[in-house]
Design a protein around this ligand. Structure first.
Ligand code: ATP
Ligand code: MG
Ligand code: MG
Ligand code: MG
Length: 437
């Protein structure tokens, strides 16, 4: 993409309304635009990151055996009357009436709807296990929408729903998601720690929140320091095998959110291993058994022919919140530092002298070569002074900057800068391309 033809509305001033660094940087880097309290448009650069996060989530859900669907944002209130949650959910639910005065709501989550789909088609244990997920916008009328997309009212969530014949099999499904989540966050460059958690309005008795430690986090959390260094299960993990050893390794060390905190158990950890910190909830998984299947009559016949309510779990990832959480975890005074896997472009190609025939020619051919190799490149071909170009590239945080100026070019060289470390290296054009390839 040529910057001169892109839509990247960089803000020079630091927006006063933004209280935390990720919100400030997302506004300054032209990633989002607020349309109403907690409701945002995603501008091109922001949308690219959102899509990359969604793609990683999808790949890991699929790897773990979940199957993608897409449910609507609007739901019928009648569905929620069946589970009893239409009245229970409270003020966070946005209730809407259509022209025929029928009650609708903008979905804050989808347990009811997926249960309705399940009960319409699945009646036998032979069709289980089943795990269906979607990535869809949710609406929760938060009392205090704040911190940009970190706590929006409209936000993008991945929510998966598992169906099994009994509790033991449902726990297997839970473990698959637990392991998939460990992999998902690590691929985005994050260390997310699973912590024992309250199940809130979803209900149920087994629940973990995935938490990223950050001073701006809204949760108080406690954990054993060794959790920060545990190895993440590899790509070759067998999701049809027994994942108990992996989950046991993670759950045998102390980790709990405020609501589940046990002072005595925490005090038993050696003092130098006690971590008490603020955290950002980037995911939350639940096992809740027959809480929805029973009232909504979602039953499957077992091998004995007897019909029993199906055992369910649900598994959420805060896809849009992750954009902000990654920035909270990875930035410096100059701006964002994107981990490669979620970076909107891999390389920022900077022309130091647009209009200079040799520089233009080198940039054009570098740009073509990078694009040919599938390396997403933002080519700053604009007629701006060098200082401003560097500041913009640092702000938007692409992993590499490839700088082409007349002096080095005369010797056949370009300069390559790594955003994360600030390291710069002057090297021949071919070597720079090889490094990026
Ligand atoms: P929180 O405690 O932050 O209000 P929650 O516990 O209400 O979140 P869940 O119902 O567990 O949220 O939803 C699954 C995931 O969706 C959360 O782990 C979080 O990452 C994300 N999420 C929830 N509410 C919001 C929001 N208002 N804005 C952005 N992401 C959100
Ligand atoms: Mg909430
Ligand atoms: Mg929560
Ligand atoms: Mg939660």
């Amino acid at each position: 993409m040529r910057l001169s033809r892109y839509f990247l509305p960089i803000l020079k001033e630091t927006p006063k309304e933004a209280e935390i660094v990720s919100h400030r940087l997302m506004l300054r880097a032209g990633m989002i635009r607020q349309q109403a309290a907690g409701i945002y448009s995603w501008l091109p650069l922001g949308l690219k990151v959102l899509d990359k996060i969604g793609r990683i989530v999808r790949e890991e859900q699929n790897r773990a055996g979940a199957i993608e669907v897409l449910m609507p944002t609007l739901q019928s209130a009648d569905l929620w009357r069946e589970s009893g949650r239409y009245e229970d959910y409270g003020e966070e639910m946005l209730r809407i009436k259509d022209r025929n005065k029928r009650d609708l709501l903008y979905g804050p989550t989808n347990e009811e709807m997926i249960t309705e789909i399940f009960r319409s088609y699945v009646h036998s244990y032979k069709d289980l296990p089943l795990n269906l997920y979607h990535i869809q916008w949710k609406f929760r009328d938060e009392r205090r929408p704040r911190f940009g997309v970190m706590r929006g009212r409209e936000f993008l969530m991945k929510d998966a729903y598992s169906f099994d014949t009994d509790q033991e099999k449902a726990r297997d499904a839970y473990r698959r998601m637990f392991v998939a989540y460990l992999r998902t966050y690590r691929r985005m460059g994050l260390t997310a720690i699973p912590m024992r958690a309250d199940s809130g309005p979803i209900g149920g008795d087994m629940s973990h929140e995935f938490i990223i430690l950050a001073s701006t986090g809204e949760s108080q959390v406690f954990c054993h320091k060794d959790l920060l260094d545990l190895p993440i299960p590899g790509e070759d993990t067998d999701f049809s095998g027994d994942l108990t050893p992996i989950m046991d390794q993670w759950t045998s060390l102390y980790a709990a959110t405020d609501e589940k905190h046990d002072e005595a158990a925490f005090a038993a950890i050696p003092a130098d291993k006690q971590v008490s910190a603020r955290g950002i909830e980037v995911g939350h998984i639940f096992y809740f058994g027959t809480k929805y299947s029973e009232p909504m009559n979602a039953k499957v016949a077992g091998p004995d022919g007897v019909e029993r309510p199906v055992h369910m779990g649900s598994y959420g990832v805060g896809v849009s919140r992750l954009v902000a959480a990654i920035i909270e975890a990875s930035h410096d005074d100059a701006g964002i530092i994107w981990p490669e896997a979620v970076a909107p472009f891999q390389v920022g190609l900077i022309s130091m002298k647009p209009g200079d025939a040799a520089v233009d020619a080198a940039c054009t051919s570098l740009y073509a070569a990078l694009e040919r190799s599938g390396i997403e490149t933002l080519y700053d071909d604009s007629d701006t002074r060098a200082g401003a170009k560097f500041a913009t590239m640092d702000l938007i945080g692409l992993p590499w900057q490839l700088i082409v100026g007349p002096k080095s070019l005369a010797e056949g060289n370009v300069e390559l800068k790594r955003r994360a470390t600030g390291e710069r290296e002057v090297l021949p054009i071919a070597a720079a391309l090889a490094r990026l390839g």
